[in-house]
Design a protein around this ligand. Structure first.
Ligand code: PBG
Length: 337
Protein backbone atom coordinates (compact mmCIF):
# COMPACT_ATOMS: atom_id res chain seq x y z
CA UNK A 1 0.00 0.00 0.00
CA UNK A 2 1.39 3.40 -0.93
CA UNK A 3 1.69 5.82 1.97
CA UNK A 4 -0.56 8.26 0.11
CA UNK A 5 -1.16 10.42 3.18
CA UNK A 6 2.42 11.63 2.76
CA UNK A 7 1.57 13.25 -0.56
CA UNK A 8 0.71 16.91 -0.11
CA UNK A 9 -0.13 17.82 -3.66
CA UNK A 10 0.40 16.91 -7.23
CA UNK A 11 1.73 18.20 -10.51
CA UNK A 12 1.79 20.96 -11.69
CA UNK A 13 1.85 22.58 -8.22
CA UNK A 14 4.32 19.99 -7.08
CA UNK A 15 7.52 19.81 -9.08
CA UNK A 16 10.00 17.40 -7.52
CA UNK A 17 12.80 18.85 -9.64
CA UNK A 18 12.57 22.23 -7.83
CA UNK A 19 14.67 20.87 -4.95
CA UNK A 20 17.30 19.65 -7.38
CA UNK A 21 18.02 22.80 -9.38
CA UNK A 22 21.39 23.71 -7.82
CA UNK A 23 24.13 22.21 -5.72
CA UNK A 24 23.25 24.33 -2.66
CA UNK A 25 19.65 23.10 -2.52
CA UNK A 26 20.60 19.52 -3.24
CA UNK A 27 23.00 19.70 -0.29
CA UNK A 28 20.34 21.40 1.83
CA UNK A 29 17.81 18.61 1.37
CA UNK A 30 20.27 15.69 1.40
CA UNK A 31 19.02 12.98 3.74
CA UNK A 32 22.32 11.21 4.32
CA UNK A 33 25.96 12.19 4.58
CA UNK A 34 29.20 10.29 4.33
CA UNK A 35 32.19 11.46 6.39
CA UNK A 36 35.65 10.12 7.10
CA UNK A 37 34.30 8.97 10.47
CA UNK A 38 32.27 6.36 8.59
CA UNK A 39 35.33 4.64 7.14
CA UNK A 40 37.29 1.66 8.46
CA UNK A 41 40.33 0.62 6.43
CA UNK A 42 41.26 -3.09 6.22
CA UNK A 43 45.01 -3.71 5.71
CA UNK A 44 47.02 -6.84 4.94
CA UNK A 45 50.33 -7.43 6.69
CA UNK A 46 53.13 -9.64 5.36
CA UNK A 47 56.62 -10.60 6.59
CA UNK A 48 59.67 -8.53 5.68
CA UNK A 49 60.80 -4.93 5.65
CA UNK A 50 59.88 -2.37 3.00
CA UNK A 51 57.62 -4.87 1.23
CA UNK A 52 54.72 -3.74 -1.00
CA UNK A 53 53.28 -6.95 -2.39
CA UNK A 54 50.46 -6.28 -4.88
CA UNK A 55 47.33 -8.43 -4.64
CA UNK A 56 46.46 -9.34 -8.19
CA UNK A 57 42.72 -9.68 -7.69
CA UNK A 58 42.55 -6.41 -5.72
CA UNK A 59 44.15 -3.79 -7.99
CA UNK A 60 45.48 -0.91 -5.89
CA UNK A 61 45.77 -2.96 -2.68
CA UNK A 62 49.15 -4.28 -1.48
CA UNK A 63 50.15 -6.57 1.33
CA UNK A 64 52.48 -4.43 3.47
CA UNK A 65 55.31 -5.32 5.82
CA UNK A 66 55.03 -4.12 9.41
CA UNK A 67 57.06 -0.93 8.85
CA UNK A 68 54.77 0.08 5.98
CA UNK A 69 51.62 -0.89 7.88
CA UNK A 70 52.69 1.65 10.49
CA UNK A 71 53.01 4.25 7.72
CA UNK A 72 49.55 3.33 6.45
CA UNK A 73 48.17 3.72 9.97
CA UNK A 74 49.74 7.18 10.20
CA UNK A 75 48.18 8.05 6.83
CA UNK A 76 44.79 6.82 8.12
CA UNK A 77 45.13 8.94 11.26
CA UNK A 78 46.07 11.99 9.17
CA UNK A 79 43.07 11.45 6.89
CA UNK A 80 40.70 11.27 9.86
CA UNK A 81 39.88 7.59 9.46
CA UNK A 82 38.93 6.41 12.96
CA UNK A 83 40.03 2.78 12.75
CA UNK A 84 41.94 0.22 10.72
CA UNK A 85 41.55 -3.56 10.60
CA UNK A 86 44.69 -5.69 10.31
CA UNK A 87 44.76 -9.08 8.55
CA UNK A 88 47.85 -11.32 8.29
CA UNK A 89 49.25 -13.12 5.26
CA UNK A 90 50.76 -15.93 7.28
CA UNK A 91 53.77 -17.84 6.00
CA UNK A 92 52.40 -21.25 4.85
CA UNK A 93 55.25 -22.97 6.74
CA UNK A 94 53.71 -22.07 10.09
CA UNK A 95 50.14 -23.09 9.20
CA UNK A 96 49.05 -26.26 10.99
CA UNK A 97 45.80 -28.20 11.52
CA UNK A 98 45.73 -26.92 15.13
CA UNK A 99 46.33 -23.31 13.97
CA UNK A 100 48.65 -22.73 16.90
CA UNK A 101 50.28 -19.71 15.25
CA UNK A 102 47.06 -17.85 16.15
CA UNK A 103 48.25 -17.90 19.78
CA UNK A 104 51.83 -16.84 19.11
CA UNK A 105 52.25 -13.47 20.82
CA UNK A 106 54.84 -12.59 18.18
CA UNK A 107 52.77 -13.53 15.13
CA UNK A 108 52.43 -11.03 12.32
CA UNK A 109 49.19 -9.46 13.51
CA UNK A 110 50.42 -8.99 17.07
CA UNK A 111 53.73 -7.58 15.86
CA UNK A 112 51.93 -5.16 13.57
CA UNK A 113 49.47 -4.07 16.25
CA UNK A 114 52.26 -3.45 18.76
CA UNK A 115 54.18 -1.38 16.19
CA UNK A 116 51.09 0.68 15.29
CA UNK A 117 50.24 1.30 18.92
CA UNK A 118 53.81 2.24 19.76
CA UNK A 119 53.69 4.91 17.07
CA UNK A 120 50.11 6.15 17.42
CA UNK A 121 48.74 5.12 20.83
CA UNK A 122 45.07 6.00 21.04
CA UNK A 123 45.13 8.24 17.93
CA UNK A 124 43.64 5.41 15.92
CA UNK A 125 41.52 2.35 16.72
CA UNK A 126 42.89 -1.05 15.76
CA UNK A 127 40.57 -3.91 14.92
CA UNK A 128 41.70 -7.54 14.77
CA UNK A 129 39.81 -10.39 13.18
CA UNK A 130 39.27 -13.41 15.38
CA UNK A 131 39.11 -16.64 13.37
CA UNK A 132 41.58 -19.39 12.59
CA UNK A 133 41.65 -19.23 8.79
CA UNK A 134 44.96 -17.31 8.45
CA UNK A 135 46.68 -19.98 10.56
CA UNK A 136 44.85 -23.18 9.73
CA UNK A 137 46.36 -25.43 7.08
CA UNK A 138 42.78 -26.34 6.09
CA UNK A 139 41.88 -22.69 5.45
CA UNK A 140 38.83 -22.95 7.72
CA UNK A 141 37.82 -20.49 10.43
CA UNK A 142 37.62 -23.30 12.97
CA UNK A 143 39.39 -26.51 13.92
CA UNK A 144 38.57 -29.37 11.59
CA UNK A 145 38.05 -33.00 12.56
CA UNK A 146 37.35 -35.43 9.76
CA UNK A 147 35.71 -32.73 7.66
CA UNK A 148 33.64 -31.34 10.52
CA UNK A 149 34.29 -27.79 11.77
CA UNK A 150 34.35 -28.19 15.55
CA UNK A 151 32.41 -25.51 17.44
CA UNK A 152 33.25 -25.62 21.13
CA UNK A 153 36.91 -26.56 20.67
CA UNK A 154 37.26 -23.67 18.22
CA UNK A 155 35.64 -21.23 20.67
CA UNK A 156 38.29 -22.11 23.27
CA UNK A 157 41.00 -21.22 20.75
CA UNK A 158 39.23 -17.99 19.79
CA UNK A 159 39.14 -16.88 23.43
CA UNK A 160 42.89 -17.34 23.71
CA UNK A 161 43.45 -15.65 20.34
CA UNK A 162 41.38 -12.66 21.53
CA UNK A 163 43.40 -12.27 24.72
CA UNK A 164 46.69 -12.52 22.81
CA UNK A 165 45.53 -9.80 20.41
CA UNK A 166 44.27 -7.60 23.26
CA UNK A 167 47.65 -7.95 24.97
CA UNK A 168 49.30 -6.71 21.77
CA UNK A 169 47.14 -3.57 21.98
CA UNK A 170 44.11 -4.37 19.83
CA UNK A 171 41.16 -2.09 20.67
CA UNK A 172 38.36 -4.01 18.98
CA UNK A 173 38.12 -7.77 18.74
CA UNK A 174 36.12 -8.76 15.66
CA UNK A 175 35.12 -12.42 15.63
CA UNK A 176 34.50 -13.36 12.00
CA UNK A 177 34.31 -17.12 12.54
CA UNK A 178 30.53 -17.66 12.99
CA UNK A 179 30.94 -20.30 15.71
CA UNK A 180 28.02 -20.44 18.15
CA UNK A 181 28.49 -18.95 21.62
CA UNK A 182 31.80 -17.28 20.90
CA UNK A 183 30.82 -13.74 21.87
CA UNK A 184 29.98 -14.62 25.49
CA UNK A 185 33.05 -16.81 25.83
CA UNK A 186 35.35 -14.12 24.38
CA UNK A 187 33.79 -11.41 26.58
CA UNK A 188 34.41 -13.53 29.67
CA UNK A 189 37.98 -14.33 28.60
CA UNK A 190 38.76 -10.66 27.92
CA UNK A 191 37.26 -9.56 31.23
CA UNK A 192 39.11 -12.26 33.16
CA UNK A 193 42.37 -11.03 31.62
CA UNK A 194 41.63 -7.42 32.62
CA UNK A 195 40.48 -6.17 29.22
CA UNK A 196 37.04 -4.82 30.19
CA UNK A 197 37.42 -1.90 27.77
CA UNK A 198 38.37 -3.93 24.74
CA UNK A 199 35.35 -3.84 22.48
CA UNK A 200 33.72 -6.64 20.52
CA UNK A 201 32.55 -6.00 16.96
CA UNK A 202 30.75 -9.17 16.01
CA UNK A 203 30.59 -10.31 12.42
CA UNK A 204 27.05 -11.26 13.42
CA UNK A 205 25.43 -11.75 10.03
CA UNK A 206 28.16 -13.19 7.88
CA UNK A 207 27.09 -15.02 4.77
CA UNK A 208 28.78 -17.91 2.97
CA UNK A 209 29.66 -15.69 0.04
CA UNK A 210 31.64 -16.03 -3.17
CA UNK A 211 32.54 -12.35 -2.82
CA UNK A 212 35.38 -13.23 -0.39
CA UNK A 213 37.54 -14.77 -3.12
CA UNK A 214 40.13 -11.98 -3.50
CA UNK A 215 40.50 -11.69 0.30
CA UNK A 216 41.45 -15.34 0.45
CA UNK A 217 44.16 -14.59 -2.14
CA UNK A 218 45.27 -11.64 -0.04
CA UNK A 219 45.73 -13.65 3.16
CA UNK A 220 46.74 -16.80 1.31
CA UNK A 221 43.97 -18.99 2.73
CA UNK A 222 42.14 -19.64 -0.55
CA UNK A 223 44.41 -22.31 -1.98
CA UNK A 224 44.41 -24.11 1.36
CA UNK A 225 40.64 -24.12 1.80
CA UNK A 226 39.17 -27.60 1.71
CA UNK A 227 35.47 -27.53 0.89
CA UNK A 228 33.42 -24.44 1.70
CA UNK A 229 32.19 -22.54 4.76
CA UNK A 230 28.49 -23.29 4.46
CA UNK A 231 28.22 -25.24 7.73
CA UNK A 232 29.01 -22.10 9.70
CA UNK A 233 28.49 -19.01 7.55
CA UNK A 234 24.89 -18.06 6.70
CA UNK A 235 22.87 -19.11 3.67
CA UNK A 236 22.49 -16.13 1.29
CA UNK A 237 18.81 -17.09 0.95
CA UNK A 238 18.03 -16.08 4.53
CA UNK A 239 17.08 -12.83 6.21
CA UNK A 240 15.01 -13.70 9.34
CA UNK A 241 17.92 -15.82 10.48
CA UNK A 242 20.21 -12.77 10.52
CA UNK A 243 17.99 -11.22 13.21
CA UNK A 244 18.40 -14.29 15.40
CA UNK A 245 22.17 -14.22 14.89
CA UNK A 246 22.36 -10.55 15.86
CA UNK A 247 19.99 -10.91 18.83
CA UNK A 248 22.15 -13.72 20.15
CA UNK A 249 25.40 -11.81 19.79
CA UNK A 250 23.96 -8.71 21.47
CA UNK A 251 22.71 -10.83 24.37
CA UNK A 252 26.17 -12.36 24.68
CA UNK A 253 27.85 -8.95 24.90
CA UNK A 254 28.66 -7.61 21.43
CA UNK A 255 29.25 -3.84 21.47
CA UNK A 256 28.75 -3.46 17.72
CA UNK A 257 27.55 -5.74 14.97
CA UNK A 258 28.47 -6.23 11.34
CA UNK A 259 26.82 -7.43 8.16
CA UNK A 260 28.95 -9.00 5.45
CA UNK A 261 29.16 -8.82 2.43
CA UNK A 262 27.89 -5.30 1.85
CA UNK A 263 26.19 -4.11 -1.30
CA UNK A 264 24.34 -7.34 -2.03
CA UNK A 265 23.11 -7.44 1.59
CA UNK A 266 21.89 -3.89 2.26
CA UNK A 267 18.41 -5.22 3.02
CA UNK A 268 19.98 -7.06 5.95
CA UNK A 269 21.73 -3.89 7.16
CA UNK A 270 18.42 -2.03 7.07
CA UNK A 271 16.50 -4.74 8.94
CA UNK A 272 19.14 -5.13 11.62
CA UNK A 273 19.57 -1.40 12.18
CA UNK A 274 15.81 -0.92 12.53
CA UNK A 275 15.31 -3.90 14.80
CA UNK A 276 18.21 -3.47 17.24
CA UNK A 277 19.32 0.21 17.06
CA UNK A 278 22.88 -0.99 17.68
CA UNK A 279 26.06 0.41 16.13
CA UNK A 280 25.82 -1.48 12.84
CA UNK A 281 28.66 -1.83 10.38
CA UNK A 282 28.88 -3.33 6.92
CA UNK A 283 31.85 -4.74 5.06
CA UNK A 284 32.29 -3.81 1.41
CA UNK A 285 34.27 -6.98 0.84
CA UNK A 286 37.13 -7.83 -1.46
CA UNK A 287 34.97 -9.12 -4.32
CA UNK A 288 32.90 -5.93 -4.34
CA UNK A 289 36.10 -3.89 -4.50
CA UNK A 290 37.44 -6.15 -7.26
CA UNK A 291 34.26 -5.81 -9.35
CA UNK A 292 34.39 -2.03 -9.26
CA UNK A 293 38.13 -1.88 -9.93
CA UNK A 294 37.87 -4.32 -12.84
CA UNK A 295 35.24 -2.22 -14.54
CA UNK A 296 37.21 0.95 -13.87
CA UNK A 297 40.38 -0.59 -15.35
CA UNK A 298 38.42 -1.37 -18.49
CA UNK A 299 37.31 2.24 -18.69
CA UNK A 300 33.68 1.18 -18.19
CA UNK A 301 32.98 3.07 -14.96
CA UNK A 302 34.09 6.32 -13.37
CA UNK A 303 35.99 4.99 -10.35
CA UNK A 304 35.68 7.86 -7.89
CA UNK A 305 32.01 8.43 -8.67
CA UNK A 306 31.07 4.75 -8.33
CA UNK A 307 33.11 4.44 -5.15
CA UNK A 308 31.38 7.39 -3.48
CA UNK A 309 27.94 6.27 -4.66
CA UNK A 310 28.48 2.75 -3.36
CA UNK A 311 29.62 4.07 0.03
CA UNK A 312 26.63 6.39 0.29
CA UNK A 313 24.38 3.39 -0.37
CA UNK A 314 25.61 1.86 2.89
CA UNK A 315 24.73 5.01 4.79
CA UNK A 316 21.30 5.13 3.20
CA UNK A 317 20.69 1.54 4.29
CA UNK A 318 21.43 2.59 7.88
CA UNK A 319 25.06 1.55 8.35
CA UNK A 320 27.01 3.49 10.98
CA UNK A 321 30.24 2.75 9.17
CA UNK A 322 31.79 0.80 6.34
CA UNK A 323 34.84 -1.42 6.22
CA UNK A 324 36.20 -0.67 2.78
CA UNK A 325 39.44 -0.98 0.83
CA UNK A 326 38.52 2.39 -0.67
CA UNK A 327 38.85 4.09 2.73
CA UNK A 328 41.94 6.26 2.05
CA UNK A 329 40.80 7.26 -1.45
CA UNK A 330 37.31 8.13 -0.23
CA UNK A 331 38.74 10.02 2.77
CA UNK A 332 40.92 12.13 0.45
CA UNK A 333 37.90 13.10 -1.62
CA UNK A 334 35.85 13.88 1.49
CA UNK A 335 38.65 16.00 2.94
CA UNK A 336 38.99 18.01 -0.28
CA UNK A 337 35.35 19.06 -0.20
C1 PBG B 1 38.00 -14.65 7.65
C2 PBG B 1 37.48 -13.45 6.96
C3 PBG B 1 37.05 -13.37 5.64
C4 PBG B 1 36.84 -12.03 5.37
C5 PBG B 1 37.09 -11.31 6.56
N1 PBG B 1 37.47 -12.21 7.55
C6 PBG B 1 36.93 -14.41 4.58
C7 PBG B 1 36.17 -15.64 4.82
O1 PBG B 1 35.34 -15.74 5.72
O2 PBG B 1 36.43 -16.58 4.08
C8 PBG B 1 36.44 -11.48 4.03
C9 PBG B 1 36.77 -10.06 3.75
C10 PBG B 1 36.75 -9.70 2.32
O3 PBG B 1 36.39 -10.49 1.42
O4 PBG B 1 37.12 -8.54 2.02
N2 PBG B 1 37.31 -15.18 8.69
Amino acid sequence: MPKSKLTTGSFPHVRMRRNRTDSWVRRMVAENTLTTNDLIWPLFVIEGIGVHDPIESMPGVDRLSVDLIVEAAVQARDLGIPAIAVFPNTNPDVKTPCAKEALNTNNLVCTAVRAIKEKLGNEIGVICDVALDPYNSDGHDGLVDDGEILNDETVEMLCKQSVVQAQAGCDIIAPSDMMDGRIRAIREALDAAGFQNVKILSYAAKYASAFYGPFRDAVGSGGALKGDKRTYQMNPANTDESLREVAGDIAEGADMVMVKPGLAYLDIVRRIKEEFVMPTFAYQVSGEYAMIQAAVQNGWLDGDAVMMESLMAFKRAGADGILTYFAPRAAKILNEK
